[in-house]
Design a protein around this ligand. Structure first.
Ligand code: S6P
Ligand code: ZN
Length: 196
């Protein structure tokens, strides 16, 4: 008799709350290198002179139900390495949810970071991320995270399985401000300001 195949939601998944490491046979992993983040960082000259194979961040996530399942949830851990492109901190690509009424929760495990939030017009605000900080991301808000510390920034996220990811909108109507290191301090600077 064939052994019964386990559904993804029945596969054991565990998280190490000290490191954020998510383990389990159904856990998926995606790494983003500098090269895959072309056009995301403001200082394209500095970006092009760096080793484009450098890992900027890694996401490990669990999809216990198929993508687009109404009423389901996904869960993941993102680890962003410390680093700078010019004066701009290493950060995630950033996205909004395809379904704009699908919210998300982030909670920081370790490190120092900044959560950048942009409304539909691109107006950008920032929330400080530090161990234990927990953030409610409204559905219609674009979000990206920067590591402003010297060690990896690790946070967990929980989002609806039918949220979808829209990476295109922020390319044209994205964040109107960027997070730069100014005199050693993370500073939100409007894109049209004279910065760095
Ligand atoms: C998913 C959630 C996170 C991000 C991850 C990487 O809704 O917000 O898991 O996917 O932090 O960011 P990005 O912008 O590359 O998807
Ligand atoms: Zn999201």
């Amino acid at each position: 008799m064939k052994p019964k195949q386990r559904a993804a939601e029945e596969s054991p998944v565990s998280i190490n709350w000290s490191t954020g490491l998510l383990l389990g046979s159904s856990v998926q992993e995606r790494t983003k290198t500098l090269g895959q983040l072309r056009g995301i960082f403001y200082d394209a000259d500095s970006w092009s002179q760096m080793d484009l194979d450098t890992t900027v961040y890694c996401v490990r996530w669990w999809q216990p139900v198929p993508e687009n399942t109404e009423g389901g949830l996904f869960w993941g851990t993102t680890t962003i390495e410390p680093g700078l492109v010019g004066d701009e901190y290493f950060m995630t690509h950033g996205h909004c949810h395809q379904q704009r009424n699908r919210a998300e929760i982030y909670s920081t495990i370790s490190g120092e970071g900044a959560l950048l939030l942009a409304d539909a017009e691109g107006h950008t605000s920032m929330e400080v991320m530090t161990a234990g900080s927990t953030h409610y991301l409204r559905g219609e808000i674009a979000h990206r995270v920067a590591n402003v510390g010297k060690s990896p920034l690790v946070f967990v996220a929980c989002w609806p399985s039918d949220a979808g990811h829209d990476y295109e909108t922020i390319a044209t109507k994205g964040f109107l401000a960027r997070l730069i290191r100014c005199h050693g301090v993370p500073t939100l600077l409007r894109n049209d300001a004279n910065g760095s």
